[in-house]
Write a protein that binds this ligand. Structure first.
Ligand SMILES: [Zn+2]
Length: 537
């Protein structure tokens, strides 16, 4: 194989930020990469712009409805439980699996939703969904001989909840950039191991920086806070990624295609906040039970320091694993509830309480579509919601059974989107107190995901609007492998199209893959990791 491919994943890199910093000469390697007629600009993302489905679309070439990974967690149909999603839930082959079968040598580092690491013709360090537990274990790497080196690959290992503590942002900035440094050192060692045909490395630090430091950078943000040392944290993360790009370019010949890809862009969060369940309650669609005991337990657990929480999670996995489900679903009187929301700040959505599907469901199945449309109209009439999209419009494949019934796009005030959060009482909308602007458990982050994502490459791409679904077909095309049946198209092929084709329904039937279930302990550890990163409330 003559061609070689390098994909550098800059999680959360935004096309507007990258363009502005390139124009100022601050990302010189990105500039050099694309100067000779390459592409640099927006990349169509997935709905909603969330890490797991977006990266999985990037590495499979199919939409989330087909690869089946919609979010970090799923509610298995017919239950009120939560399951944590891992790479074992992916229903479509990853591009390195196809390349491995064709004999290409692959190195895959840090791609989200790839834990536990699965065999390939090469090496893998699994993505950040890996349970931290007792540190990096054989389940995090392939082959096991990679373990000693992988121990220097640092997973996100700080508590991102207590951001209001004095000095937290300064400490976190230092930690984040040091962590990036350690991971890049490992990545460079692996890059130099052999002349890989396919090398892909995803780094999450630009995303983490954008969540926490947007308000220090963006003087127009309603959450703006002037702090000169924190104003450049996001830029410094981009610059370190740019320097690594330079290392990769230096090691590449003229036959190497280099791509920089992100999963979604970023924008600042507004100060207006809404609670979907409080609104549904006000409108008579949701009723609550009096259930003070669960609330007290919840509060007690929140008061436990993060380090002890990890220990608790290991000692009492069942108790701990059930808590998140209780936080999202507890206290709802299902016999008098037609619709409800998990109230995830990064994924606003609503679900019906459907008879025949949900335990104690009350909406008749024959009224499903009609009720979803009625709810969509109700939500779209509410100030915080720009659009409420039925799931069959977002996910047209079997994977939609795991998705909420309505996906909600927030409205914006002066360009800064409404936030959604969990509230048990009080009005359904409010304006944040100034001391909550940094974000935290109840406030969401001060920087939030948006579409489009970002794409840059040292090859010109003819499509007017490249999208995440196009990356895998383009890689397969470079290796002369067929990409039929995928939702995207080869950006470098003649006669390419820039819209998804959906001609091959059912290409990856559900039975194509045997899922490995997490043990209760692994599930509890995974939950603890996501919680500490601020994804769960
Ligand atoms: Zn993020």
């Amino acid at each position: 194989m003559g061609k070689k491919i390098r994909i550098l994943g800059w999680d959360g890199a935004d096309p507007d930020l990258a363009a502005a910093w390139m124009a100022d000469g601050l990302l010189p390697n990105l500039q050099r990469l694309t100067a000779g007629g390459g592409y640099c600009g927006p990349l169509g993302g997935v709905t909603p712009p969330v890490t797991f489905p977006a990266w999985t679309t990037c590495v499979t070439g199919v939409t989330p409805g087909r690869h089946g990974i919609i979010d970090f967690t799923v509610i298995p149909p017919g239950t009120r439980r939560l399951h944590f999603v891992t790479g074992a839930n992916r229903r479509a082959p990853a591009v390195w699996e196809t390349l491995s079968a064709a004999g290409a040598r692959c190195a895959v580092l840090g791609v989200p939703a790839t834990w536990p690491a699965a065999p390939l013709n090469g090496v893998m360090i699994a993505g950040f969904d890996s349970p931290l537990g007792g540190g990096i274990t054989p389940s995090h790497v392939y082959p096991e001989t990679l373990l000693p080196l992988a121990r220097h690959w640092r997973y996100a290992d700080t508590d991102e909840h207590f951001t209001g503590r004095p000095g937290w942002h300064h400490r976190f900035a230092e930690h984040l950039l040091a962590r990036l440094e350690d991971k890049l050192a490992v990545a460079l060692q692996i890059l130099d191991m052999e002349p890989w045909d396919f090398f892909m490395c995803v780094l999450g630090e630009a995303d983490a920086a954008s969540h926490h430091f947007w308000r220090f950078m963006d003087a127009r943000s309603p959450r703006y806070c002037r702090d000169d040392s924190l104003a450049t944290v996001i830029l410094r993360a981009y610059q370190r990624l740019d320097a690594f790009l330079g290392e990769v370019m230096r090691r590449s010949d003229g036959d190497t295609v280099i791509m920089v890809v992100s999963d979604h862009g970023f924008t600042g969060a507004g100060i207006h906040q809404a609670s979907l369940n409080r609104y549904l309650e006000e409108c008579g669609w949701l009723s609550r039970r009096r259930h003070p005991a669960a609330g007290v337990k919840q509060m007690l657990l929140r008061a436990v320091p993060a380090t002890s929480r990890a220990r608790l999670a290991r000692q009492f996995p069942r108790l701990f694993g059930g808590l998140e489900a209780r936080a999202r679903m507890g206290g709802i009187d299902w016999s008098r509830t037609r619709a409800w929301s998990e109230e995830l700040s990064y994924f606003p959505s609503a679900r019906l309480n459907l008879a025949g599907r949900d335990p104690d469901g009350i909406v008749p199945p024959e009224k499903y579509r009609e009720t979803v449309m009625e709810l969509a109209a109700l939500l779209e009439a509410w100030e915080p919601v720009r659009r409420a999209v039925p799931r069959w419009e977002c996910f047209d494949m079997p994977g939609q059974e795991f998705a909420p019934d309505l996906i909600i796009e927030p409205a914006a005030v002066n360009g800064y989107p409404w936030g959604f959060c969990r509230r048990q009482a009080g009005p359904s909308t409010r304006i944040l107190d100034q001391d909550s602007y940094a974000g935290g458990r109840e406030q969401g982050f001060n920087g939030v995901h948006r579409n489009p994502a970002f794409f840059a490459a040292n090859v010109s791409c003819g499509a007017a609007a490249p999208s995440l679904t196009d990356i895998t077909p383009t890689v397969l095309g470079l290796f002369g492998l067929p990409a039929e049946g995928l939702d995207g198209s080869d950006l470098l092929a003649a006669g390419k199209k820039s819209f998804p084709s959906r001609s091959n329904k059912g290409l990856f039937p559900e039975s194509a893959k045997v899922h490995r279930r997490l043990t209760p302990r692994e599930e509890a550890e995974l939950e603890d990791r996501l919680r500490r990163m601020g994804y769960l409330d």
